[in-house]
Design a protein around this ligand. Sequence first.
Ligand SMILES: C[S@@+](CC[C@H](N)C(=O)[O-])C[C@H]1O[C@@H](n2cnc3c(N)ncnc32)[C@H](O)[C@@H]1O
Length: 240
Amino acid sequence: MRTYVLHRQLLEHLPEPPATVLDVGGGAGHQSFPLAQAGYEVTLLDPSPAMLAKAQQRLQGLPGEAQRRVAFLQADGENAVEAVKGRRFAAVLCHGVLGYLERPEPLVNQLCQCAAAGGVVSIMAGNAKTLAVRPALERRWDDALAAFDATGEVGVLGVPTRADTVEHLSELMQSQGVETLRWYGVWLFTDWLDFSGAEIDLTDSRQVAAMAAVELEASRRDPYRQLSRPFHLVGRKGLG
Ligand SMILES: C[S@@+](CC[C@H](N)C(=O)[O-])C[C@H]1O[C@@H](n2cnc3c(N)ncnc32)[C@H](O)[C@@H]1O
């Protein structure tokens, strides 16, 4: 659901393929491989040899043409400019990475520098304003009350993660010459159903497609997008 919604949101802003995409902290390629299949030239950068190996393995499942459109780089996002040797991209993605870092500034600066003039910067991050949602749905009421003023949480994988706000990341991007175009929620109802223990039949493709359509609509409008646990921020670098 997350990949589908982000993909649809991204296509509203990306230039037509072929165009270059840098996926920083791209992990197993869940977000960028569909773009390679759609005709984009993808560079997936990640510091983790294990994630890169997983990505390479998943890549084998793609058609040969799409496989040839994907390149891998092992590096920290904070060193992305050096790792790509100064190359600039039509789009720079960074989804689900900032929360693992102590501060967002060094990575956001690199993302903005890697974007070409007029290029898109796409960031998905945990929303600091909705940190009470998960503990409340898990009926951890003391944690939920404390979460209203928290800046991070212990994530679903048991790792402490930091959360961000649309406003702060927008300011950081703007300080690097990238103007916010739009921000979205990512998922809402499926997340709530999941945490409340409801069964979702993922083999029922008609129902999954209907759910996806609802999530996409909710991600675009208030007040729904404001309640999503992650947010998706899209900016465009100035031409000057
Ligand atoms: C939750 S996964 C997200 C993967 C992918 N972006 C996605 O949306 O499916 C987080 C990824 O960030 C990577 N990562 C961790 N620290 C990083 C850093 N300093 N710079 C770039 N990537 C990093 C991890 O190796 C992992 O692949």
